[in-house]
Design a protein around this ligand. Structure first.
Ligand SMILES: Cc1ncc(COP(=O)(O)O)c(C=O)c1O
Length: 380
């Protein structure tokens, strides 16, 4: 069976050379725009491409404002700060995620709480979230959600759209609204994915995207904060630009800010990639469709977009029978030069987060033992 998988992937890519999980593709105006940025001498965080890239992403996602950042992690960090997450706060997220989600909470000196995912979406479970909040929290006189165990305020919740597959974000926002918890959507992986017809990242108070080299489109390294809130958007731009107060010649900074802005060079790449985003999405979905057909005949579950969703299928995955089978599959494919990877180790198993409060994590544990990512580069 494993041989069939390797043969299928090598045939698809017409190569027996090493195949990475994801490679960027540049077939549009990338070189032209990057050269233009160089010629203009505006290579840092000021320049027409930064603004243009922000406008394109805002329009595509359907958010009023977009603020470009140096990467998705910095976007998440600022997203959390914007909604008031600080050292007094706790933040709910899923244990099955890329490390950046949990790290961003730690950068705010806040405490994470890990709540389980759903098996069909791989994202935060609205039911498990509600169960936890019902039993473990109360609302105080200031309308804050208080964790009974720690007596601290649960300020925010960060659901993540795993591999581009939307989680049940509307239900999650609805639960969080009832408990006065603000949603910061980690949509780093899900540009081009929709839940009930609405783009991911536009459900929470703030949404965040990544344009790392392995994402559906890339700026080399880059990120984006999206929001409909004008005040938050202004503040996002301010604190990602060292909190500098505009002045003709003086350096005045009115709070601790960050040097988190995207460069014009990177944005030039981003604008060119955005021009072809619909092609990238179409090609990712075609690849997923061919995997779906292929895996139908094998004893392997190919991970499909959840119901009521359209996924960008940024990263394809399969579910193996158990951990032993998973490890055999990983070894066989990697030995043959077809790169595959296990899903992330659960955050609560990492040294830094081992003492973090967790709900029942049975689905996350089940998936951790079984999910493997397979080649996801599009063929143009
Ligand atoms: C779920 C998730 N969150 C956050 C990030 C952080 O983005 P970046 O690598 O651009 O910092 C990534 C990806 O890299 C991610 O997959």
């Amino acid at each position: 069976m494993y041989k069939n998988v390797v043969d299928f992937i090598q045939n698809h890519y017409q190569t027996k050379e090493f195949l990475p999980l994801h490679e960027p593709r540049f077939f549009g105006n990338e070189k032209k725009y990057v050269n233009e940025a160089i010629d203009s001498t505006f290579v840092s965080s000021v320049g027409k491409y930064v603004t243009q890239f922000e406008e394109m992403v805002a329009q595509f996602v359907g958010s009023k404002y977009a603020i470009a950042t140096s990467n998705g992690t910095s976007a998440l960090h600022i997203g959390l700060k914007l909604v008031g997450v600080d050292e007094e706060s706790e933040v709910i997220t899923q244990p099955l995620t890329f490390i950046a989600t949990a790290n961003a909470i730690a950068y705010c000196n806040a405490q994470p709480i890990f709540i389980d995912v759903d098996r069909d979406t791989l994202g935060l479970s609205a039911e498990k979230l509600e169960d936890f909040l019902k039993i473990e929290t109360f609302i105080n006189e200031k309308n804050e959600c208080i964790n009974k165990t720690t007596n601290r305020v649960i300020k925010a919740c960060v659901p993540m759209h795993t591999f581009g597959h939307p989680c049940n974000i509307e239900e999650i926002v609805e639960v969080c609204d009832r408990y006065n918890i603000t949603v910061v959507e980690d949509s780093a992986e899900s540009l081009g994915s929709y839940y009930r017809g609405k783009h991911t990242g536009s459900f929470g108070k703030v949404g965040v995207f990544s344009f790392n080299g392995n994402k559906i489109i890339t700026t080399g390294g880059g990120g984006m904060i999206v929001t409909d809130d004008e005040a938050l958007a202004k503040q996002a731009k301010h604190i990602t630009t060292t909190a500098k107060v505009p002045h003709l010649y003086e350096y005045i900074h009115d709070e601790i800010g960050y040097n988190y802005r995207l460069t014009n060079l990177s944005a030039a790449l981003g604008v060119a990639q955005m021009e072809n985003l619909l092609i990238f999405i179409k090609k990712q979905r075609e690849l997923a469709e061919s995997y779906k057909e292929f895996f139908k005949n094998l004893d392997l579950d190919f991970i499909l977009e959840p119901k009521e969703s359209i996924s960008n299928y940024w990263l394809n995955g399969v579910i193996l029978k158990d951990r032993e089978t998973r490890d055999k599959f990983l070894k066989y494919t990697n030995d043959k030069g077809v790169m595959t990877r296990s899903i992330w180790r659960l955050m609560n198993k990492l040294e830094m987060f081992k003492d973090v409060q967790c709900g029942d994590l049975s689905n996350a544990k089940w998936l951790e033992d079984r999910v493997v990512n397979i080649s996801s580069t599009v063929v143009l």
